[in-house]
Design a protein around this ligand. Structure first.
Ligand code: DHB
Length: 312
């Protein structure tokens, strides 16, 4: 029997597919939709300490090869997501879910993480170091000094399983430098990648989203090669205890298969979920299983990380 079962951070999941943060995860109703779909788990919209309305609309557009967004971190605030996760711990104690969060400043990030630490939450936490869309705030993970300082501080008090969401990197030296930092810490996972930041899409001589005069994060088909490169670069460089979550350009079972081949233990679906809806999970799962069956693979372990190079 072919299985897409996986593990992440010591937890078990019936399926390796889930939503990517930002898509189908703003409200409890949306999260319940993902939970009750073929997905193995869900991740919440990245939570800040307090509710945020986000940037003015239009702030998300589907485009033929993907999507562009500058949402600006709209979210219900930490307490909303944490309350729902604690409720699910009572009603569905056998399942594990993921809380995404980041502060509007390093201080706020520590305040949030200390609240999660002090709570009864037993799931996985994803610290988002890669939001590209808040005017005036650079992506944390492109600033290695700040990233290292934040992680140093976090691991003085945070003892629950923690992963980080990363932006794409584009230079081998940056893969090396980033991995050297992450390897210093007891991270459960790194999630590669967030959107390719600050692209521009034009239609009829006009931008298609309002915030930042049209600049926004690019997702979907455009970004798969960049996503796969980041998944594999970190799979090669990180200590084996740090697992990889693969995100970016997953439209089909073949795309998910490639993420796993590059080293991913979990695969997230963003733009495709936004475009297609919850049925995408079942379709992509079936396509992935068909590929595995054809190749004689029964579990993800049979091919995870086993990307072949061209030898002399
Ligand atoms: C937003 C976008 C992101 O890519 C992210 O990681 C967090 C927040 C946003 O614009 O809301």
């Amino acid at each position: 029997m072919v299985s897409t079962h996986t593990t992440l951070g010591g937890f078990s999941f019936d399926n390796c597919l889930m939503n990517a943060a930002g898509v189908w995860c703003m409200t409890k109703e949306e999260l319940a939709g993902v939970k009750d779909s073929a997905a193995g788990t869900f991740v919440t919209k990245t939570a800040t300490l307090d509710y945020r309305a986000g940037n003015p609309e239009p702030r998300y557009q589907n485009v033929p090869l993907g999507s562009i967004n500058s949402m600006g971190l709209p979210n219900q605030g930490l307490a909303y997501y944490l309350d729902y996760l604690l409720e699910l711990q009572e009603t569905e104690p056998e399942r594990t879910f993921v809380l995404s969060l980041v502060g509007m400043s390093p201080d706020e990030t520590h305040t949030i993480l200390k609240q999660v630490e002090a709570s009864d939450f037993k799931g996985l936490t994803e610290l988002n170091l890669s939001c590209p869309n808040v005017p005036g705030k650079p992506q944390i993970a492109y600033d290695f000094e700040t990233t290292e300082a934040i992680l140093h501080e976090v691991f003085t008090y945070f003892t629950k399983p923690l992963g980080i969401k990363l932006p794409p990197y584009f230079d081998i030296v940056h893969f090396d430098q980033a991995a050297a930092i992450f390897n210093q810490f007891p991270l459960a996972f790194v999630n590669c990648v967030n959107s390719i930041g600050n692209g521009l899409y034009i239609e009829d001589e006009q931008v298609v989203i309002k915030p930042k005069n049209g600049f926004g994060g690019i997702g979907g088909e455009y970004i798969k090669p960049t996503a796969l490169a980041n998944v594999h670069a970190f799979y090669q460089r990180l200590k084996p205890e740090i697992q990889i979550v693969g995100t970016g350009g997953v439209l089909t079972g073949r795309d998910a298969f490639e993420h796993i081949l590059c080293g991913a233990s979990m695969v997230q679906i963003g733009t495709t979920l936004q475009k297609e809806g919850l049925s995408a999970f079942e379709r992509i799962t079936n396509e992935l299983k068909a590929i595995m069956k054809e190749k004689g693979y029964e579990s993800l372990d049979d091919f995870r990380g086993k990307l072949r190079y061209i030898e002399d």
